[in-house]
Design a protein around this ligand. Structure first.
Ligand SMILES: C[S@@+](CC[C@H](N)C(=O)[O-])C[C@H]1O[C@@H](n2cnc3c(N)ncnc32)[C@H](O)[C@@H]1O
Length: 263
């Protein structure tokens, strides 16, 4: 394994993008909503197809949302999604979260959903998130905890296939246990942690999550694991719940918790 290698495991296939595009602020960013106010400027880092970004934009209007991603293809998808919803206070910027092209203290809120688990070292990104957050501003992050995945049945071949996906993501420089570390990471980056908790996402059709895992396994040549997942997900006994962990924090410089004043 190359210790410096980092590869985004799910890839930007049509099925992976459609899987992520089912996410909304209400369903997947509910822990962020109490921190949002009309007039706030928000960074959605690793926005993917941008369906959560549009919900944030509607909530903070007339404030502004910057949807940010490494992939121009994802940003194009996010732009089409926003146009379809007639969202006007959202723009799209391509780049790497390790080096954000934004001024210090540019945002009232920074949000990163399902991003940190794909980074070899999340601290450069989190340090950047701290730099671009206004004093008194907030951060919200969410990542899965694959140790806590909940299956309705455990055929050995399915457990092995899920383990194979995890090994793939971890070898690609990701961290399938990222969810467990969120509050500590916020603290290390200089945020004062506000709260952390978890929720389980239950997939009405287990095949959607199975496909999300199977495609990267296919691409890695691990066809038997991909087939095991697809076959199991198509069976009547299949059910999957993914454990998401989330954390919020405040940039409280000098340990003072200031109320954020809109400029
Ligand atoms: C799993 S998707 C999550 C998308 C969206 N936030 C959601 O939850 O539906 C992760 C996104 O982060 C982006 N990404 C991965 N590494 C990145 C990096 N270093 N800088 C910026 N974006 C990155 C990927 O291109 C992908 O669109």
């Amino acid at each position: 394994m190359n210790p410096t290698r980092q590869k985004y495991t799910p890839g930007h296939t049509a099925s992976a993008t459609a899987f992520q595009a089912a996410r909304e602020l209400e369903t997947h960013g509910f822990f962020l909503t109490p921190l949002l106010q009309p007039g706030f400027d928000v960074l959605d880092a690793g926005c993917g197809p941008g369906t959560i970004s549009t919900g944030i934009a509607q909530t903070v209007f007339p404030g502004h949302v910057t949807a940010f991603d490494l992939s121009q293809k994802q940003l194009d998808q996010a732009r089409r999604n926003a146009q379809g919803r007639e969202i006007v206070n959202l723009d799209f910027v391509a780049g790497n979260v390790d080096q954000l092209p934004f001024a210090d203290e540019a945002f009232h809120v920074v949000f990163a959903h399902a991003l940190l688990e794909h980074l070899r070292d999340p601290m450069p990104a989190l340090n950047e998130f701290h730099r671009v957050t206004k004093p008194g501003g907030f951060i919200g992050v969410c990542s899965p905890d694959w140790d806590a995945i909940d299956l309705t049945s455990h055929p050995v071949r399915v457990d092995r296939a899920i383990q194979a996906y995890r090994t793939l993501q971890d070898c690609n420089g990701g961290n399938t246990r990222a969810g467990k570390h969120l509050a500590d990471w916020l603290d290390q980056a200089g945020f004062t942690p506000l709260m952390h908790d978890l929720w389980y996402e239950e997939y009405e059709d287990p095949a959607t999550l199975a496909e999300y895992l199977a495609v990267p396994l296919d691409l890695a040549g691990q066809f038997h694991h991909a087939t095991a997942l697809r076959n199991w997900a198509a069976s009547p006994e299949a059910g999957i719940r993914l454990c998401w962990r989330y954390a919020t924090g405040i940039r409280a410089d000098g340990n003072t918790r200031r109320n954020l004043v809109l400029e």
